[in-house]
Design a protein around this ligand. Structure first.
Ligand SMILES: *[C@@H]1O[C@H](CO)[C@@H](O)[C@H](O)[C@H]1NC(C)=O
Ligand SMILES: [Ca+2]
Length: 328
């Protein structure tokens, strides 16, 4: 708690207020140095030692780690060397995206990873596709021309068991678990995002308005992530560019209580899975109606019709009787 400062306190408060879930949870958090990256970035990038390894064009500066400069066709990444075996955790990302490009003439954004493989260059924000694990993308350039609901920059999350492909031309829309708009470029104040994974619930919160307040972005229950994966972050520029800077990555171990039932539900998994997964790219197949259901619907419809006719006849007879009375 002491190590986390006001930000850790805020996160605790957010949890207590139920922002991270439907009900208040008792939770303790504890900074894990082996999965955290902060100034003065001691030993980062050195070939053999150090907890974090640099890749591509990423460089270490005094105040930040620059994944890419504001130059075309660059890529960079930084990966934790220590696999994470925590069950419940929270990753706080302090980042800065800035560059010369005017509105929508900048790109491409960066990704935060919790994946089985590390240090694998590829097409998804500089990292490999068909990954196993979780990717949270801060996408600053809309590749898809017709954006229906999404306003960029846009943050989204994707969980993959290795079979899904990230659709770059559609900004990952077909595999998106959830997302939100986040105006994160060229700001004078600090910008943060938090990935919280507690009791199979994945939430992403953002603090980008300079108000030191967490805002909900993504909330998905039933996310099963194996333990022993690696944290990393990567970025890429193409025809368009930006400086993508990571100021810190702070991983907190969260301690929560589980009921015996939750213990059974949250048992170890070996492949990432999302329960009741409904992706925007997947049409839910219509369940064929069972014979019994069809019979019951027809039966009760007939009963209702007969009932309506009987009521109608009674009302009509009453009305006739009344009009007859008027005539005499
Ligand atoms: C991987 O995920 C896809 C899509 O969610 C699913 O169709 C497939 O069965 C999964 N594969 C395994 C091995 O779990
Ligand atoms: Ca994009």
């Amino acid at each position: 708690m002491a190590a986390g400062g006001w930000r850790a306190g805020l996160a605790l408060l957010a949890v207590a207020l139920g922002l991270g879930g439907p009900r208040a949870e008792q939770m303790e958090e504890h900074l894990k140095r082996e999965h955290s990256l902060s100034k003065p970035y001691q030993g980062v990038g050195s070939a053999s030692a150090g907890l974090w390894e640099l890749q591509g064009n990423a460089i270490v500066m005094a105040q930040y780690i620059r994944l890419t400069p504001d130059v075309q066709s660059k890529w960079g990444a930084v990966w934790n060397r220590v696999p994470c075996y925590l069950r419940d955790w929270e990753m706080q990302v302090h980042f800065k995206i800035h560059g010369q490009g005017k509105k929508n003439l900048n790109g491409d954004g960066f990704a935060i990873w919790y994946t089985k493989d590390r240090m694998q260059q590829g097409p998804v924000f500089g990292s490999k596709d068909n990954f196993l694990g979780l990717g949270v993308f801060v996408d600053t350039y809309p590749n898809e021309e017709k954006q229906q609901e999404r306003v960029f920059p846009y943050i989204s999350a994707m969980v993959n068991n290795g079979s899904l492909t990230y659709d770059h031309d559609r900004d990952g829309r077909p595999t998106e678990l959830g997302g939100c708009t986040a105006m994160v470029r060229n700001l004078n104040h600090d910008t943060f995002l938090v990935i919280r994974y507690v009791k199979r619930r994945l939430t992403v919160l953002i603090d980008i308005d300079g108000k030191q307040e967490w805002r909900d972005c993504i909330d998905v229950p039933g996310v099963r992530l194996p333990r022993g994966y690696y944290f990393g972050t990567s970025s890429v520029t193409g025809d368009l560019s930006d400086n993508h800077d990571i100021i810190s990555l702070k991983l907190y171990q969260l301690t929560v209580e589980r009921t015996p039932e939750e213990e059974r539900r949250d048992k170890e998994v070996y492949l990432p899975v999302v329960d009741n997964l409904k992706l925007p790219g997947m049409e839910a197949p219509l369940e064929p109606m069972s014979g019994l259901a069809l019979f019951l619907i027809v039966f009760f419809s007939l009963v209702a019709i007969v009932f309506a006719i009987v009521i109608g006849v009674i009302v009509y007879n009453k009305w006739q009787e009344q009009s007859r009375k008027h005539f005499y």
